[in-house]
Design a protein around this ligand. Structure first.
Ligand SMILES: NC(=O)C1=CN([C@@H]2O[C@H](COP(=O)(O)OP(=O)(O)OC[C@H]3O[C@@H](n4cnc5c(N)ncnc54)[C@H](OP(=O)(O)O)[C@@H]3O)[C@@H](O)[C@H]2O)C=CC1
Ligand SMILES: O=C1OC[C@@H](O)[C@H](O)[C@H]1O
Length: 401
């Protein structure tokens, strides 16, 4: 077991390079962001149909250094560099890992430039912005995906399958938690900047909302309670957020709670609490917990407790690093990260093939709707709306022939 864990984790971080197809999709990255190497650059190595072709950064030196480090052919640097990348006809797909508050503007611009977009989570600063992005993608016949990578891994899919099978009966409660141990997120990080769409709920909390809605197969009608732990210097920014969610019929029996923390205090002041990343579901006939639902490739566990006749509890633990044997068109290796599974699905969608699984526009909109409801209930301002205005299309009747 220790060997397979080591091998899986080593290969996940050092994936093999696959030969490329004759005309692979060329990706361009907006910003020399920290998340791009694990989320796109490394996974692309083992995807035969993907090349990370370009990067743009506001500082040319940063862009050049980043491109050199990661073997990226084309570099755009300086003030107009993001738009230059979008104007490059060689770029097929734009990866948008900008701060949340810039997601809307640059996704709209990328879609206008005719590019497919892989967009980091959370999709924008509001449900309305998210709705508009997906509307434009649909209108322009382009693929837009909010990069909720955990959704593409077999582990969360297995949990969902257990719940949907009815084996444990109807769902009574869902608890989803993602706490980042203290010391990982600096006080000057984008996550602590209101103007850039910061906050614990926007950052790690958005996974807890997403997983809850996904497993409940419903969207909350109400947020009965929400409590933010704000940053003393910035009352708009939640360092931590907890909330309860209520659902409309036929899911009104479910009570749910979410919790996100950007700086979870250590146990006894020294030990990081690494176990506070899980989703737990209680049902009429038992319960199921997925531990480490966000980074399941490293390690995860699906613990199922089933209450039988006479109240006897049967316990089992499952793992799901790959799709179940025999599943049609199953693709993947044990070392595939959530991001690698996501990339596979994204490329399938762009190429017109049916992806293993997908996350819809409506799910992204509902997630933002819920985030807005939680901020309102907690008494915090909504994240600021983008000032970007989509240029009006020329009126056909006034265009000279
Ligand atoms: N899917 C996942 O697992 C994860 C997703 N994320 C998401 O990815 C996004 C980026 O996160 P992360 O990589 O950690 O952040 P970084 O701060 O590393 O990257 C953000 C990038 O945005 C660019 N940028 C443009 N304008 C600004 C500005 N005004 N202030 C700061 N940066 C600016 C910078 O690009 P430039 O190089 O041009 O200066 C920078 O490289 C967020 O939306 C976050 O939620 C983050 C971590 C994990
Ligand atoms: O996966 C994640 O965990 C850490 C967070 O800060 C990050 O934004 C998120 O995507």
């Amino acid at each position: 077991m220790a060997y397979s864990l080591l091998k899986r984790v080593y290969t996940a971080f050092n994936p093999p390079s696959e030969p490329k197809t004759a005309e692979p999709l060329k990706f361009g990255i907006l910003g020399a962001a920290r998340i791009a190497p694990p989320a796109l650059i490394q996974p692309a190595k083992s995807h035969p149909d993907v090349v990370v072709y370009a990067v743009a950064a506001r500082d040319i030196n940063k862009a050049t250094k980043y491109a050199k480090k990661w073997g990226i052919e084309k570099v755009f640097g300086g003030k107009g560099s993001y738009q230059e990348l979008l104007d490059d006809p060689q770029v097929d797909v734009v990866y948008n890992p900008l701060p949340n508050g810039l997601h809307y503007e640059w996704t709209m611009k990328a879609l206008q430039a005719g590019k497919h977009v892989l967009l980091e989570k959370p999709s924008s600063n509001s449900a309305e912005e998210t709705r508009k992005m997906f509307e434009l993608a649909e209108k322009n016949g382009l693929v837009l995906l909010e990069a909720f990578h955990y959704r593409f891994h077999p582990a969360i899919q297995r949990l969902k399958a257990i719940l949907d099978s009815g084996e444990l009966g109807t769902i009574k409660s869902i608890e989803s938690m993602l706490h980042i141990p203290k010391g990982f997120v600096g006080e000057d990080d984008i996550r602590y900047q209101f103007e850039l769409g910061g906050g614990a709920l926007m950052d790690c909390g958005c996974y807890t909302v997403s997983s809850t809605l996904y497993l409940a197969s419903s969207t909350p009608s109400e947020v009965p309670t929400a409590k933010a732990l704000t940053v003393p210097t910035n009352p708009h920014i939640d360092r931590a957020m907890t909330a309860t969610l209520a659902f409309p019929a036929p899911k009104s029996n479910i009570t749910a709670s979410i919790s996100g923390h950007l700086s979870n205090p250590n146990k006894w002041g020294i030990l990081p609490k690494l176990g506070e990343i899980y989703v737990k579901v209680e049902c009429e006939g038992g319960e199921a917990t997925l531990g480490n639902f966000v980074m399941p490739t490293i390690y995860h566990w699906i613990e199922v407790k089933k209450t039988g006749n006479g109240g006897k509890v049967e316990r089992r633990v499952e793992k799901a690093y790959i799709w179940p044997a025999g599943q049609k068109d199953a693709k993947g290796e044990e070392w595939w990260t959530t991001y690698r599974f996501q990339l596979e699905a994204f490329v399938d969608q762009v190429r017109g093939r049916k992806p293993q699984t997908w996350m819809t526009a409506q799910e992204s909109i509902d997630n933002m709707k819920t985030i807005e409801m939680i901020y309102a209930k907690a008494g915090l301002d909504p994240r600021p709306a983008s000032t970007y205005v989509l240029p009006a299309e020329p009126d056909a009747s006034t265009v000279p022939v």
